[in-house]
Design a protein around this ligand. Structure first.
Ligand SMILES: N[C@@H](CCC(=O)N[C@@H](CS)C(=O)NCC(=O)O)C(=O)O
Length: 299
């Protein structure tokens, strides 16, 4: 089985689906949008990314995609066999997609972070340099407008950060001593949370990075899911062994030094964060210059 994943891995929902495909070991190609019109073409129903093509089926919405994927490829299962545990996992997936996402949006488009967010998003779209200033204005108005319409983004930045820290602490109470949410193997809950935590640590929201760094148990959890859902490459494709396991996201990011992929993945320890940030910004600069990869929109 092969899949096509339409979207940019800047989006937490696209990252969630990418990790789900990797966990099921379904090979996929990422088709990056070149303009917002692509969303409409790929997914006329909601006009959002991600969309996925598996065989003749075109699927949209990360939750529905994961559900269908779980039917098509039952192992490893995305939900616990115990219905009570599965219900909690499903609820957490939904909370992550429909609530935690808006904390990220509020942080990204807060006054303090709007410039960095706009630069990240515009830098990932393949448009002529002359059009960038206009695109900046449009994006700022459009996407920031979504965040403010939802409401959380109207709160003071300190309040949003404080509330997000509380949500993280509550998550940690629920995680307890288990490796994953309510179970011993990753489920839809972990895939959804990974997407959001990854986006929250992708650059423009240093406040969220700090909140994670202050919670080593959460940082460890993120790394654990990263490793469990990392792309399984052929042995010959692997980088030379290193003394420290950086996990899939950090490892792939360091790999970007020589490869130029469109992604700025999250990093987790302060040591790797510095190294990866250097690698990522070099990579983004080259991406913008070459304009060879077009990635659009809008977490
Ligand atoms: N519930 C959807 C949410 C997808 C979503 O909000 N995607 C954003 C990117 S992070 C998007 O495509 N936004 C474009 C728009 O709203 O026009 C899912 O889980 O797939």
């Amino acid at each position: 089985m092969q899949a096509k994943l339409f979207g940019s891995r800047i989006s937490p929902f696209v990252e969630k689906v990418a990790r789900a495909l990797q966990l099921k070991r379904v090979p996929f190609t990422l088709v990056a949008p070149r303009s917002p019109a692509d969303f409409k073409r790929w997914n006329p129903q909601t006009r959002k990314m991600p969309a996925v093509e598996i065989g003749a089926q075109r699927l949209f919405d990360s939750t529905l995609i994961l559900r269908r994927l779980d039917q098509l490829v039952p192992e490893p299962p995305f939900l616990d066999r115990d219905a009570a545990v599965a219900a909690r996992q499903r609820f957490l997936e939904d909370w992550s997609d429909e609530s935690l996402y808006w904390y990220a949006m509020a942080l990204r488009w807060s006054d303090a972070n709007t410039e960095a967010t706009t630069t990240q998003v515009v830098g990932s779209i393949s448009v002529p340099a002359a059009l960038r200033p206009v695109l900046k204005v449009i994006l700022r108005r459009q996407i920031r407008g979504q965040a403010r319409a939802q409401g959380l983004a109207r709160l003071p930045l300190e309040t949003i950060v404080d509330e997000l820290g509380r949500r993280f602490d509550e998550l940690l109470v629920w995680l307890g001593d288990r490796p994953y949410f309510f179970a011993d193997r990753p489920s839809v809950a972990d895939l959804a949370l990974f997407g959001q935590l990854n986006a929250l640590q992708s650059g423009p929201t240093p406040q969220a990075e700090r909140l994670v760094a202050e919670r080593p148990h959460l940082a460890d959890y993120f790394l654990r899911v990263d490793t469990a859902t990392a792309e399984r490459r052929a042995e010959s494709d692997r980088p030379a062994a290193r003394g420290v396991d950086l996990g899939g996201a950090a490892e792939r990011c360091l790999g970007q030094l020589g490869r130029l992929t469109p992604r700025r993945p999250a990093v987790h320890s302060s040591t790797t964060r510095r190294a990866v940030r250097k690698a990522s910004s070099a990579s983004s600069r080259e991406m913008s210059a070459s304009a060879s990869v077009s990635v659009s929109s809008s977490p």
